[in-house]
Design a protein around this ligand. Structure first.
Ligand code: ADP
Ligand code: MG
Length: 736
């Protein structure tokens, strides 16, 4: 890399024309310090001939059934604020040379009203409709202002105009749409030539990707739409390529460490265990188990993701893996995300081990449970057992690995509900033993492209089948006026042995308020609808001992109803709890609702998930056909909560639910990617850039396999760029 170029680009933006110390300061506040930073401040949109049409054309397109996004350049004619009932709207009339159109806002009326002045020229983008009064109408459109000159130039030459976000930090120093565009334009003109290439030549050629200088120029000021797409594609590719290089390095690091933990995977212990199970494993469970056995038999460390919907029976598969490890003389660890879940795992597994001991008395398997709030004496006893290799199976929360636990001979680590932990956790564990085998379990299904990155270094087994005795949970959506009837139903079902969860959302941040809300809710119910029932309460402010007590009493049927916050969300398994009533269900996220629903229907009786919400969320459902593929983003925004609830009613399948969740959240907010420890993506989108990702991955893995230390000449560029731009993601790989 050319250090002379570097020097020039590393100069402060203050050296640029029309940027003084004040403006430089405000640029700094939005993360732009150097000239290089400014070159990479790309437009958020472009005004483009291919999507810009006249009002008259827009009319005829819409009449032909067109529903996509368009842009019209118009001049503000007049503003109007209209009241109807309690509501209010802002309507702005605009015109172009071919006719009139209008923009409507229901929110931020004052703000938008002040923003637009008569004769302003605005590029309005959105999906318009033809209104009741035959007007061409945009609702809450995107818009950008342009100058008269720009608009004339654009209409005459078709030159593409970039639009940049102007954050308030810049506005303070009088930078606006026009001035920012001017500054960036001259910077690109004068400085983009100094950029050094960051991708190897052969990759550029093979993938038909433009060089960095050309790409930067075309991203800002493309001559045509085609050039813009090519430029954007380069940055998407680059981002995904380096992401996959990181993934490949991680995988490479695993595979080259020899664990020496090659285990014997067939034994009487396992055979006896399968015999004492009250059920047969499903085909999927057997397949996952065979994958795991395969891995454990090999001398390489296992890194496997076990994915399966809520209730598909992952725990038993994990337990068998633990027994294999124990049978080979190793310790096995099971980590749960919450203390009550760890506690529950310990209880269930102890019961199974006792049963096993009756038929397999050669070996008594010892289980230790390690929890955060344990008494000092108990904890120290446990730690000693673990250290002295008295414990075979160790169960605990992640606290287990934050403290000074010394394992004696750790052979296997199982992480339940992996999405609850960061990726770092896995690395911490592996540093504890001699590269033990690892299984991570997750009930959150994710699309292939995403798992290729977040879990790209793992092998995957999927349990895609439910145990045979299951009847799908019936999900019912009701308005809160129905609550008395629902409580009657809960009481009525008691005679069939049904227990119920009653879940309520907590929005308060403060612990004190939360505690009070929980108690108030409990008092209200036990003084009214549920006054003749025995009712328990469990919430997040209890110690795990208190939680355990409540769960045990519920399990022992001392409570008919357990009032709960989302502390019961993950993993809890009470076979006779067959009703879950979720209050204010609109407040919960979709995967959270699905997890909560997974708390019931774990036995063989018909279970019910009753979602209670405000009437408005139900009447919306009746009025509109909530088909996601046809909903505009604006509709999605508006009806997000209603869509979540309706999806719960329509679908039981976790994969379908996850897919909808992803669409509703948008690719940027997908759960897991933030915690994955990978760099943030600015250009690429894991849901929609699958093809680019596949190519980038192929190339990245090929390079890491053939030249993992980046010694070859042609790969020097990769090494340099990794060290410069991705150093914080490299902490687990040694490339230098
Ligand atoms: P999850 O995959 O959500 O962790 P669990 O492992 O908690 O699910 O299993 C849910 C319930 O199903 C448990 O009560 C478990 O004993 C039971 N179970 C697991 N496998 C089977 C099977 N093959 N047949 C019947 N019941 C099963
Ligand atoms: Mg589970």
């Amino acid at each position: 890399m050319n250090s002379e170029n570097e020097k020039i680009l590393s100069q402060s933006v203050q050296f640029l024309k029309s940027i003084g110390p004040k403006r430089a300061d405000s640029f700094k506040k939005i993360g732009i310090s150097t000239i290089r930073d400014l070159l990479f401040y790309f437009p958020s949109r472009h005004l483009d001939r291919t999507t810009t049409i006249t009002t008259a054309n827009a009319y005829s397109y819409l009449l032909d059934g067109f529903t996509g996004e368009i842009t019209i350049i118009g001049k503000v004619v007049e503003k109007e604020q209209i009241r109807f009932g309690k509501k209010e709207l802002l309507k702005i009339q605009m015109r172009d040379s071919s006719g009139f159109f209008e923009c409507v806002w229901f929110q931020g009326i004052k703000y938008f009203s002040n923003l637009f002045k008569e004769n302003d020229i605005v590029a309005v983008s959105g999906k318009p409709v033809i209104s009741k009064f035959h007007a061409l109408q945009f609702t809450h459109p995107d818009f950008d202002r342009i100058t008269e000159d720009e608009s004339i130039n654009f209409l005459n030459t078709g030159k593409i105009i970039p639009f940049y976000k102007v954050p308030k930090e810049l506005k303070v120093t009088n930078l606006g749409d026009f001035s920012l565009r001017k500054i960036i334009s001259s910077t690109v003109e004068n400085y983009s030539n100094y950029l050094d290439e960051t991708l190897p030549e052969d990759i550029l050629l093979e993938n038909n990707i433009s060089g960095i200088v050309e790409a930067v120029r075309n991203y800002h000021f493309p001559d045509c739409h085609e050039n813009l797409l090519t430029a954007v594609r380069r940055f998407k590719f680059e981002e995904l390529f380096y992401l996959e290089i990181l993934v490949a390095l991680k995988k490479y690091n695993y595979k080259t460490k020899i664990s020496g933990l090659s285990m014997k995977v067939q034994s009487n212990l396992i055979k006896d265990f399968l015999n004492i199970l009250p059920f047969n494993l499903t085909e999927s469970q057997l397949k996952a188990l065979s994958d795991i056995r395969n891995d454990m038999g090999k001398a390489l460390p296992m890194n496997r993701l076990l994915q399966g919907d809520v209730g598909s029976g992952k725990t038993i598969v994990a337990l068998i893996a633990m027994l294999i490890a124990v049978d080979n003389g190793f310790q096995a660890v099971l980590m749960a995300p919450t203390e009550i879940l760890a506690d529950q795992h310990a209880k269930n597994i102890t019961a199974l081990l006792d049963k096993l001991y009756k038929v397999h008395s050669e070996r008594k398997i010892k289980l230790s449970l390690l929890l955060g709030g344990q008494k000092k004496s108990i904890k120290e006893g446990n730690l000693k057992e673990i250290k002295d290799k008295e414990s075979d199976i160790i169960i605990g929360t992640h606290a287990l690995f934050e403290e000074k636990v010394e394992f004696n001979n750790l052979g296997l680590v199982i992480i339940d509900e992996q999405h609850r932990f960061g990726v770092d956790q896995r690395w911490k564990i592996q540093s504890k033993g001699k590269t033990p085998d690892i299984i991570v379990m997750s009930a959150t299904p994710i699309p292939r492209t995403l798992s290729m990155t977040i879990y790209g270094d793992l092998d995957v087994s999927i349990i895609d089948e439910m145990p045979k005795n299951r009847i799908p949970v019936k999900t019912i959506l009701r308005g809160d006026k129905s609550l008395p009837d629902i409580y009657k139903f809960i009481i009525d079902k008691l005679k069939d042995g049904y227990q119920s969860f009653v879940v309520y959302p907590l929005v308060e941040e403060s612990q004190k308020i939360e505690l009070k809300a929980a108690q108030t809710f409990y008092n209200d119910l036990t003084n009214s609808y549920l006054k003749d029932l025995s009712v328990g309460l469990i919430h997040g402010r209890m110690s795990w001992q208190e939680k355990e007590e409540a769960m045990l009493k519920f399990q022992a049927k001392q409570f008919d109803v357990l009032i709960a916050t989302t502390v019961i969300e993950v993993g809890i398994d009470i076979p006779d709890a067959n009703i879950i009533l979720i209050n204010d269900a609109q407040r919960f996220g979709l995967s959270q609702l699905h997890q909560l629903r997974g708390r019931v229907g774990r036995g063989s009786k018909q279970a019910y998930c009753i979602l209670v919400t405000k009437d408005e969320f139900i009447s919306i459902n009746n009025k509109h056909k909530l088909d996601l593929d046809y909903l505009s983003p604006a509709m999605m925004d508006k009806y997000r909560a209603a869509i979540r609830l309706q999806s719960m009613v329509n679908y039981n399948d976790g994969f379908k639910i996850a897919e909808i969740d992803m669409k509703l959240r948008g690719p940027g907010n997908i759960f897991g990617i933030q915690q994955s420890g990978f760099p943030e993506l600015h250009h690429a989108d894991l849901l929609n850039d699958e093809e680019i990702l596949l190519n980038a991955k192929l190339k990245a893995f090929e390079i890491v396999e053939s030249d993992p230390k980046f010694i070859l000449d042609k790969n020097q560029i990769i090494k340099k760029n990794l060290l410069r731009n991705y150093s914080s993601s490299l902490k687990y790989s040694q490339i230098a």
